[in-house]
Every structure is written in C-alpha cells, then in structure tokens.
Ligand binder design. Structure first.
Ligand SMILES: [Zn+2]
Length: 54
C-alpha cells in the first residue's frame, strides 16, 4: 500500500511555493509548475520525526 504525504516545495528560480502529494521515500525530479525550473527546494515539515529545522 502506498502512503503519501503532502509536502511543501519552493522554487529557487521564481520563489513559487506549492504543495504536492509525494510517496514516502520517493526520489524524483521536481519541476516548478510556474516556470518549469528544476531548482526546487524541498521544505521539510516541522511536525515530524525529530528533525530540527535548519
Ligand atoms: Zn519557478
């Protein structure tokens, strides 16, 4: 069974932020829906798994 989580991404090119459902552990290339850049930063959610915010 696949589990997805809603993750937040931010485009480093145009600054567009968006959310997308991703499969846990999924590793794929993201592209900005606004400008199609692949300079996407994956913003960690702060509510899980004890990872301190950067
Ligand atoms: Zn963009």
């Amino acid at each position: 069974m696949k589990k997805t989580t809603l993750e937040t991404f931010k485009c480093m090119m145009c600054g567009h932020e968006y959310r997308e459902n991703v499969e846990k552990g999924e590793d794929r290339e993201w592209s900005c829906p606004e400008c199609r850049s692949n300079s996407i930063r994956h913003l960690k959610r702060s509510d899980k798994e004890g990872e301190p915010p950067a």
